[in-house]
Each structure stands twice: as structure tokens, then as C-alpha cells.
Design a protein around this ligand. Structure first.
Ligand code: PLP
Length: 388
């Protein structure tokens, strides 16, 4: 019998803050509670039928059964480039400035390996997607936390980053529309980021997973629409949230060719690309008529209006999101985010996500995902109203 010992990088992982809530959820389910789970960032709406049909067709083609190319099929990267042109009026060279990913999480998880040496700093927003600090840690880097605070409209305050940190920083993650705060970025912010990156030689990685989940016709901009963005960084994109394809595992990165090249180097040595039939179906997805997506957005918008309105009527405080399928709600006086989450689960059978689980600066907030039907959201509101 050998002694199986975890590597330091695994042992040094930050504590999993959702563990207590997960346990409470399992207990509630075991007791037969009719749980309304608003904690999941995973669309409940199925992938549009024409995309599923495209996969069915492509799956039967033996040409797709062999190893795919590492960087993605030329036709997939071409479709990505055309989508960027149509949606953002941004020119992407499909040969050098685009790469397929096994979901954008995979690219975010790998990119520090390409550019971070032990001791280098990565600027990481918090609260935020947990993969940013963890991928930093796995590459031997040091995460410097940029708190996303309400008084700054949940944008990082670049001026507050000390000079010695700026000089050691090699890479910065940003994410707008933002998970979990649901905040959108201003144009001034993106311009400031580009200037900052140029001054300190920092690679910018913008995670744009929610660029297509927006409301009231307010379409978010791509980071790459801004002057000089391609000189300093890349944008991560995903088909997951846009086309309800979280289970398919496909995304892409576009932008600065040297950064794309570095990410590709890592991937060539670790994975062998995305199943070509999925890439084929994704080309169909990227060419989806916008009317189809507008229908999905309307479903979320209706849910957003019901939940925002209802929570405010109950006396909770939040800003209506312009994008993402999340609400970032202040916990009432006397409750931290874990206590309030536990109360809602215990008294109402309604599950949210405690803000602190996304990083310490997320304390004082709870995240609700709009990934349940309008009927279930109304039912959740009724129960919360009765309990508070
Ligand atoms: C969902 C999500 C992703 C990852 O999506 P993939 O399914 O891996 O493409 C990336 N970033 C954020 C902020 C997300 O919420």
C-alpha cells in the first residue's frame, strides 16, 4: 500500500466555501423539501433544436471521428471570425487570432501556464469566477485581489493597485458582463485597462461569457472593440450561456496573436481539441438568426423583471442587471451572506449562492440565478415574503 499524498498545489487550494451550503442542500433534498434552486449558473432552457440537429448529422460523418486539429477546424475559426465581424464589427484573423477551447473554462484554466513564472502576479477580480485565482495558483503565480465594490459599480479600482504590484503583474483577468455581480463595464473602464496594460506590460484576459445575455436591447460591447485592445490582450468566449450549450464543452479565445499562440502551445501539449462534430454544430450555432436568441433573452428578461420587482417589494436591495442571468442582492441587516442563504434554504426551500463563496469582497450579497421558470420564481417570492 503506498501513501497517496496530494501535491502542494492541491493542498494549498483555497477552502471550498460552498461546502456547508452543499451539505444543507443535500439534507433538504433528503428530507423531501420542494427545493427551488436559484444557485445554478446553468441554463434550464435546452439547446435550440437546429443546433442539436446539426450535431446529429455531423456525428454520423466518419471524417469527424478522428483526432481534431489542436487549434480548431479552419471552418470553425472562420465562423468565429465572421460572428465577431457581424456582432462587434471587429476583424479577427481566423488563422492566427482565434483558437477553439473545450469550454472557455479550459482556456481560463490554462492561460497562466503560458505566461506566468513562479512569483509573477496575476490581477484577479473578487468576487469572481473561482478559476482565475486557482489557475494562477496552479501556474505558481500569486493572485493579487482586485475587489469589486458597490461604490465603484463593481469595477476594479486600478488606481488603488500599488506600484510594486503593477510592476510584477504579468496578466489581468476581467469579466463583463460580470458573474456574480451582474455589473456591466463602462467604455472608460475598458479604455483605462488598455492604457494600464500598455504602461505595465500586462496581458489582459477578458472573459465575455455573458456578452449575449442582455436586457432592454442594451448590447454589451466586446473588449476588442476598443482602440489598441488587440495589442494587449484576448477575449474568452463561450457557446455555453449564449446558446444554452453548457454540456457541450466548446468555447474560443480571440485577440492578440502572440497570446493566442502561447495558449495554443500549452493546449497542444495537454489536449487534442474539440470533437469535430461539436465544432460543426457550433458553426450552425454561431450562424443562428438573432430572432432565435432574442426569444431566449425575452424569457430571462421576464424572469428578471419578476424577481427584481418581487425582491424589492419585499424590501431587499439590488440594482437591476442590464446583462447576465444573475441578481446580486444585498443581504438584510443582521445577516451575512452564509446566514441569509441558510435562512432562505431552511425557511423557504429557496437556494441562492452566498456572495462570500466568490471571494471575501462578495460578503454582504447573495446571488440568485434566473435559471428556473417564471412560475417557480413567483413561488420562491411567495415563500420569501411569508418568511421575512
Ligand atoms: C459559465 C462561465 C464560464 C465558463 O463557461 P464554459 O462553459 O467553460 O465555456 C466562464 N466564465 C464565467 C464568468 C462563467 O460564468
Amino acid at each position: 500500500m503506498i501513501e497517496v499524498r496530494l501535491a502542494d498545489r492541491v493542498r494549498n487550494l483555497p477552502p471550498y466555501l460552498f461546502a456547508t451550503i452543499d451539505k444543507m442542500k443535500q439534507e433538504a433534498l433528503a428530507k423531501g423539501v420542494d427545493l427551488i434552486d436559484l444557485s445554478i449558473g446553468d441554463p434550464d432552457i435546452p439547446t435550440p433544436a437546429h443546433i442539436v440537429e446539426a450535431l446529429r448529422k455531423a456525428a454520423g460523418n466518419p471524417a469527424h471521428h478522428r483526432y481534431p486539429s489542436y487549434e480548431g477546424m479552419p471552418s470553425f475559426r472562420e465562423a468565429v471570425s465572421q460572428w465577431y465581424k457581424r456582432r462587434f464589427n471587429v476583424q479577427i484573423d481566423p488563422a492566427k487570432e482565434a483558437i477553439s477551447l473545450i469550454g472557455s473554462k479550459e482556456g481560463i484554466g490554462h492561460i497562466p501556464l503560458a505566461f506566468i513564472n513562479p512569483g509573477d502576479i496575476v490581477l484577479v477580480p473578487s468576487p469572481g469566477y473561482p478559476v482565475y485565482p486557482v489557475s494562477t495558483l496552479f501556474a505558481g503565480g500569486e493572485a493579487y485581489i482586485m475587489p469589486l465594490l458597490e461604490q465603484n459599480n463593481f469595477l476594479p479600482d486600478l488606481d488603488a493597485i500599488p506600484e510594486d504590484i503593477r510592476k510584477r503583474a504579468r496578466l489581468m483577468f476581467i469579466n463583463y458582463p460580470n458573474n456574480p455581480t451582474s455589473a456591466s463595464a463602462t467604455e472608460e473602464f475598458f479604455e483605462k485597462v488598455i492604457d494600464f496594460a500598455n504602461r505595465y506590460n500586462i496581458i489582459i484576459c477578458h472573459d465575455a461569457a455573458y456578452s449575449e445575455v442582455y436586457y432592454d436591447g442594451k448590447r454589451p460591447k466586446s473588449f476588442l472593440e476598443f482602440q489598441g485592445a488587440k495589442d494587449v490582450g484576448i477575449e474568452f468566449h463561450s457557446l455555453s450561456k449564449t446558446y444554452n450549450m453548457t454540456g457541450w464543452r466548446i468555447g474560443f479565445a480571440v485577440g492578440n496573436r502572440d497570446v493566442i499562440f502561447g495558449l495554443g502551445k500549452i493546449k497542444t501539449n495537454i489536449d487534442s481539441g474539440v470533437f469535430q462534430a461539436i465544432q460543426e454544430a457550433s458553426i450552425t450555432a454561431l450562424n443562428t438568426d438573432d430572432m432565435e436568441l432574442a426569444k431566449i433573452r425575452m424569457i430571462y428578461q421576464q424572469r428578471r423583471d419578476i424577481l427584481c420587482g418581487g425582491l424589492k417589494a419585499i424590501g431587499l436591495s439590488l440594482t437591476d442587471p442590464e446583462a447576465t442571468f444573475y441578481l446580486w442582492v444585498k443581504t438584510p441587516k443582521g445577516y451575512d451572506s452564509s446566514a441569509f442563504t441558510a435562512l432562505l434554504l431552511d425557511k423557504c426551500g429557496v437556494l441562492g449562492t452566498p456572495g462570500v463563496g466568490f471571494g471575501a469582497p462578495g460578503e454582504g450579497f447573495i446571488r440568485f440565478a434566473l435559471t428556473q421558470s417564471a412560475e417557480r420564481i413567483k413561488e420562491a417570492l411567495e415563500r420569501i415574503k411569508r418568511a421575512l
